[in-house]
Design a protein around this ligand. Structure first.
Ligand code: ATP
Ligand code: MG
Length: 407
């Protein structure tokens, strides 16, 4: 996976593992329960040869179930920081909704300490491993395919945000959570972080979880979660799909490292078309591709209110709604802010030394300076390491702790 990701600020879930399984199951309805024995059998005892991926929560295996369906079997590692709560959230959320752009959950297994999710197997892996995987895929992502993928993801998100009651905020929209079926139709996966928003609530303050590079600034900094945080992540993903580039690439010259920054610069110079993936060999609808990039910029604006809703995004992508070019404002960029912080370390002082609250406040521009602090727990020196390995935990509302982790 070329984009590193982190689930952040989790509390120890081991206490909860002591809960009676019956208690956990009491909240689950209409979900098929698999026995551990069956899943062990179909994965040949979770043989490495059947392993198709690994994420922050554990390993994913391929197996053919007794009913003949191919499944992706996600085994949450015992030490996984995804707790029982997230596990149950995921089951609860996906089992109740169905959409052609959302991954289908077949069922789960809860036996002893085992927590396993069983999904529909998707033949063409994730966008992270194919489109952004550094040329190790033989899928041809022509313009028509990319257009379909962008619109499909937008439709899936619009469904979660606007059609489902209560609305669902996904919280971890990113390339590795977009899976492709045999026809390259995109399916949004990983609802473990989903947040259900009651109808009368405009935003929730929550522990920050997500993936650096896709995190909306207001969410990362203040823990303020609205559907617009997903819109931001979608915007980043949209630009990645059009450009064929990961949101951050520290191997590039400094001015090109952050995709959003690069997009904004090219937009200002009216050279957006230069960002479109060269792998398309010029075979794309330039006007449409630039429109998509502008929509990416609209979605990633610093002020959440200025970002469009996902149903508006769908209309814009389909060309059913005009984009007012003059209204696009500069993207909010969390890596920019972190870069600023890290570069502000005097004389290359390594961030292994504690950075005081005041030095963070001076440069952060946070709305909430008194309650914020920045600390570091690593001796790694490269700027990229810190940016891509940052972890957050929003403690009581208004108190944000940033900490760094080694790879
Ligand atoms: N339903 C599925 N069908 C096919 N492959 C899948 C499926 N679900 C997951 N995978 C594969 O397993 C990999 C790991 O998935 P997982 O969701 O555990 O982690 P991730 O999304 O890569 O990272 P993170 O833990 O940071 O979210 C995916 O990248 C994908 O390649
Ligand atoms: Mg995932």
């Amino acid at each position: 996976m070329s984009c590193l990701s982190f689930i952040l600020g989790r509390k120890d879930s081991s206490r909860k593992l002591g809960f009676e399984v019956d208690d956990e199951l009491s909240g689950i309805h209409d979900v098929k329960l698999y026995t551990y024995r069956e899943l062990k059998l179909v994965t040949e005892d979770f043989d490495i040869a059947n392993k198709i991926g690994e994420g922050g929560f554990g390993s994913v295996y391929k197996g053919r179930l007794k009913d003949g369906n191919l499944a992706a079997i996600k085994v949450l590692s015992a030490e996984s920081r995804q707790g029982v709560k997230e596990f149950l959230t995921e089951i609860d959320v996906i089992s109740k909704i169905e959409h052609e752009n959302l991954v289908k959950l077949y069922g789960c297994c809860i036996e002893g300490d085992q927590r396993i999710l069983v999904y529909n197997y998707l033949e063409n892996n994730s966008l992270a491993q194919t489109l952004l995987g550094g040329g190790f895929s033989n899928i041809q992502f022509n313009w028509r395919t990319r257009r379909g993928i962008c619109i499909g993801i937008a439709c899936g998100l619009a469904f979660l945000h606007e059609d489902v009651r209560p609305h669902i905020i996904h919280r971890d929209i990113k390339a590795s959570n977009i899976l492709l079926d045999k026809d390259l139709m995109p399916k949004i996966s990983d609802f473990g972080l989903a947040k259900l928003i009651p109808a009368n609530v405009t935003h929730v303050s929550t522990r920050v979880a997500g993936t650096i590079g896709y995190l909306a600034p207001e969410y990362a900094i203040r823990g303020q979660l609205t559907r617009k945080a997903d819109v931001y992540s979608f915007g980043v993903l949209l630009v990645e799909i059009v450009s064929g580039r990961c949101n951050t690439n520290t191997l590039l010259p400094i001015e090109e490292q952050y995709l959003l920054e690069r997009t904004w610069n090219l937009y200002e110079r009216r050279e957006l078309v230069g960002l479109v993936d060269t792998a398309l060999n010029g075979d794309f609808d330039a006007e449409e591709a630039c429109r998509f990039l502008k929509i990416g910029l609209l979605c990633t604006q610093d002020t959440p209110k200025l970002r469009p809703s996902m149903s508006t995004v769908v209309k814009m992508l389909k060309g059913q709604k005009e984009i007012d070019d003059t209204k696009i404002t500069k993207p909010g960029l969390i890596s920019d802010f972190m870069d600023l912080k890290i570069r502000s370390q005097p004389n290359g002082k390594k961030p292994s030394e504690k950075t005081t609250a005041s030095s963070y406040n001076e440069s952060s521009g946070s709305d909430n300076p008194d309650n914020s602090n920045l600390s570091s727990e690593t001796s790694a020196a490269a700027t990229s390491t810190f940016i891509t390995n940052l972890s957050f935990e929003t403690m009581p509302p208004g108190t944000t702790t940033f900490s760094f982790k080694t790879i």
